[in-house]
Design a protein around this ligand. Structure first.
Ligand SMILES: *[C@@H]1O[C@H](CO)[C@@H](O)[C@H](O)[C@H]1NC(C)=O
Ligand SMILES: *[C@@H]1O[C@H](CO)[C@@H](O)[C@H](O)[C@H]1NC(C)=O
Ligand SMILES: *[C@@H]1O[C@H](CO)[C@@H](O)[C@H](O)[C@H]1NC(C)=O
Ligand SMILES: *[C@@H]1O[C@H](CO)[C@@H](O)[C@H](O)[C@H]1NC(C)=O
Ligand SMILES: *[C@@H]1O[C@H](CO)[C@@H](O)[C@H](O)[C@H]1NC(C)=O
Ligand SMILES: *[C@@H]1O[C@H](CO)[C@@H](O)[C@H](O)[C@H]1NC(C)=O
Ligand SMILES: *[C@@H]1O[C@H](CO)[C@@H](O)[C@H](O)[C@H]1NC(C)=O
Ligand SMILES: *[C@@H]1O[C@H](CO)[C@@H](O)[C@H](O)[C@H]1NC(C)=O
Ligand SMILES: *[C@@H]1O[C@H](CO)[C@@H](O)[C@H](O)[C@H]1NC(C)=O
Length: 382
């Protein structure tokens, strides 16, 4: 009897150790680009992941984003048309089968979050869509979007980070640049230099028209930029394409996506004569924060930094496209926030239809005072 008790007590520290290993969350010390066992890596404390193939966004603020609602006059938009960013131009269109990564969408057409540009511009304004992250504390990170662009010539679709008009990192797609075999992405940084040049970055080191070996309107591809102190590197389907090292932003800002047209023949061109959309299947951001509470929480869960508690962010190396025969495999990409074991301790986790959580309950968006971003026509000097 006594000896049995003694044995049980003796076994306890071992048990507690085993249990704490089982119940511990992973990734307490953050997320890294490259393995921490190598000598070249960057690590980040926070993440924000959206699986738009399985997100029903009745209230998109519950998924970390706000739809921006505002008008820009033709004069301010520097084009023949003004821009009208509207609520109804952001559409949630998840897959019908919540356990699959390909197949029919709820509303038909490309699955994901759709950002529409409207064909009716009889009132002098072209309807467009814009979203801004609720988080405005994003300072350095690795930012990834999977999307398929519009195939109608005359729109600009963009994924970007914004602090102000001289600190901005953009990946912009002009559908007029997609031709029979190829496409392009405009890699742009707004810097104090481009402000001096009247918001024209085209003659600065912060502008690059990157040719792509495919049409961005045919499939979903992953577009990514890694912003670190002193550099911004751009990637397409995980392959590095370009680096910028001058006038790198140093303040914290927000993530954005938009799709618009103002008819400027030198930039967006158009406007299109019929409604056209771009579809976003995911956004994955791994970043550091300037938020004091979030940094304190990080220091608590990662009291002693240990490389084994940093999770490596998997590199996406193929187009994560849901169409085609292998769609259910290729579009099934990794999300820390969907990992059964808790791989997102202390992070904001957004609900999806294939997770355990239910659909969003509220039926309307909230409208906020928009953050006015000025995506001017950088190309007018070209
Ligand atoms: C990741 O590793 C590659 C080489 O494999 C290197 O070029 C790159 O700079 C590394 N990234 C970071 C953020 O250190
Ligand atoms: C992000 O913050 C963590 C924790 O402070 C730090 O260890 C890491 O080096 C930072 N990453 C970059 C790229 O500055
Ligand atoms: C949408 O969600 C946000 C965040 O949870 C909440 O603050 C807001 O009240 C919601 N809006 C509506 C209309 O339910
Ligand atoms: C934008 O302009 C349209 C047309 O004049 C108007 O109906 C709408 O209310 C305006 N929207 C905002 C947010 O001012
Ligand atoms: C797609 O793959 C998932 C597993 O990731 C599976 O549960 C589902 O049944 C598959 N769907 C189809 C249509 O094959
Ligand atoms: C952006 O913010 C920086 C730092 O606060 C400031 O120096 C710069 O003038 C701002 N740029 C614009 C265009 O307002
Ligand atoms: C671009 O910069 C170069 C060198 O500073 C200058 O010679 C040229 O005139 C500029 N071009 C335009 C279109 O501003
Ligand atoms: C197609 O577009 C690419 C990138 O914009 C460009 O480099 C290429 O010359 C174009 N090809 C044709 C045939 O127009
Ligand atoms: C890091 O964690 C591992 C696994 O828990 C442990 O074996 C190692 O001793 C820790 N390293 C440090 C420096 O604390």
């Amino acid at each position: 009897m006594f000896s049995m008790l003694r044995d049980a007590v003796g076994a306890m520290p071992w048990l507690i150790l085993a249990m704490s290993q089982l119940t511990n969350a992973a990734c307490e010390c953050g997320y890294s680009v490259n393995s921490t066992s190598g000598n070249q890596f960057a690590s980040y404390t926070d993440l924000m992941e959206n699986d738009f193939l399985h997100t029903v966004v009745d209230n998109i603020t519950e998924a970390g984003w706000r739809v921006q609602v505002y008008n820009v006059s033709a004069e301010d938009a520097r084009g023949p048309y003004g821009k009208q960013f509207e609520l109804q131009n952001v559409e949630s269109n998840p897959l019908k089968d919540k356990f699959s990564w390909s197949g029919d969408s709820e509303n038909g057409g490309d699955p994901g979050l759709r950002l529409w540009v409207r064909g009716d511009h009889s009132k002098g304004l072209v309807g467009g869509a814009e979203m801004a992250s609720v988080r405005d504390d994003v300072l350095y990170g690795s930012f990834r979007v999977a999307m398929k662009l519009s195939s109608t010539s005359g729109t600009c679709g963009a994924f970007f980070w914004f602090y102000n008009n001289s600190q901005e990192i953009d990946m912009e797609f002009l559908s007029k640049e997609f031709n029979n075999s190829q496409g392009a992405v405009n890699l742009v940084m707004q810097t104090p230099m481009s402000v001096v040049h009247g918001y024209d970055a085209s003659n600065t080191s912060a502008f690059k028209i990157q040719a792509l070996p495919f049409r961005p309107d045919e499939k979903v591809h992953e577009y990514r930029f890694d912003w670190a102190p002193g550099s911004v590197n751009f990637f397409v389907d995980g392959a590095w394409v370009y680096e910028m090292t001058e006038n790198i932003p140093v303040d914290a800002g927000r993530m954005f996506m938009n799709h618009w047209s103002n008819g400027d023949p030198l930039w967006s061109a158009g406007p299109p004569g019929a409604d056209t959309s771009m579809s976003v299947t995911y956004v994955k951001s791994y970043f550091n924060t300037t938020n004091t509470a979030k940094n304190d929480a990080y220091k608590k869960r990662c009291a002693n930094w240990n490389a084994t508690q940093v999770c490596q962010i998997p590199d996406q190396t193929v187009a994560p496209d849901p169409s085609g025969a292998d769609g259910n495999k290729t579009a099934n990409t990794y999300f820390f926030t969907l990992d059964g074991d808790d791989h997102a301790p202390g992070q904001e986790v957004f609900k999806t239809t294939n997770g355990a959580s239910s659909l969003f309950a509220s039926s309307s968006f909230s409208i906020y005072i928009p953050v006015i971003v000025a995506l001017f026509s950088w190309a007018f000097a070209l």
